[in-house]
Design a protein around this ligand. Structure first.
Ligand code: ITT
Ligand code: NA
Length: 214
């Protein structure tokens, strides 16, 4: 069975909405290394989670990238939510002239086995029809296998542009109330509506397509 390893119930709702019976949530707090990329955090987490769970795992590392703060908090989003809180992040961001932001999500898969090494076409899906913020644009297209001497990990990324607004809505989790996309905050959407456009939905979509065709 495929396990979606997280401590975050909001993420589980979205992954289950998307992957249905293909995945079971597994609550485990893997080590979040201090790194400047979601990819590094997710890859490390997937290896550790696989060793702990002993079944194929995916982990999901996500973050909010504020254009007005050069992409901060990015990989530090959980720490910043815990210390400052979403409302204060929103107030700080709205003081800047630059309301633009992006969410990014990296799904890392590990089952202990090496992957088929056939080259994959660069996936430009994250760019199509979206004016992603600079940070998201520069890193949005990674779909990569990290091997080396450690357990191989396969990565799937998704990004979505938006703007920081006064908090609205009771759905979603984390920074969703202050993140508006096309006039609606993520907290004003159902899980299915958010999945249809979100960073996580995009990353899950790429993962699901690859997983089904493996
Ligand atoms: P796990 O690591 O156990 O999966 P977590 O909540 O710590 O759970 P992350 O490290 O990926 O997950 O989260 C980084 C931060 O970004 C954290 O503050 C989340 O609340 C927030 N976040 C992640 N995805 C989000 C989303 O889709 N909408 C709003 N906020 C999100
Ligand atoms: Na985390």
């Amino acid at each position: 069975m495929l396990r979606y390893v997280t401590t975050n119930e909001g993420k589980v709702r979205e992954a289950e909405e998307y992957l249905r019976d293909e995945v079971d949530a597994f609550e485990y707090d893997y080590t979040e290394i201090q790194a400047d990329s979601l990819e590094a955090v997710a890859a490390h987490g997937a290896r550790e989670a696989f060793e702990h769970v002993g079944e194929p795992v995916i982990v999901d590392d996500a973050g909010l990238f504020l254009d007005g703060f050069d992409g901060f908090p990015g990989p530090y989003s959980a720490y910043v939510e815990d210390t400052l809180g979403v409302e204060r992040v929103g107030r700080l961001a709205r003081r800047e002239d630059e309301p633009r932001a992006a969410f990014r999500c990296v799904i890392a898969y590990c089952d202990g086995e090496p992957f088929d090494a056939s080259p994959e076409p660069v996936d430009l899906d994250d760019r199509r029809g979206h004016d992603l913020s600079a940070e998201a644009r520069s890193t949005a297209t990674t779909d990569d296998t990290i091997a080396g001497t450690a357990l191989p990990v396969k990565l799937f990324t998704g990004a979505v542009p938006g703007r920081i607004v006064e908090p609205r809505g009771n759905g979603g989790f984390g920074y969703d109330p202050i993140f508006e996309h096309d006039g609606t905050t993520f907290a004003e959407m159902t899980a299915a509506e958010k999945n249809a456009i979100s960073h996580r939905g995009r990353a899950l979509g790429k993962f699901a397509e690859w997983f089904a065709g493996r």
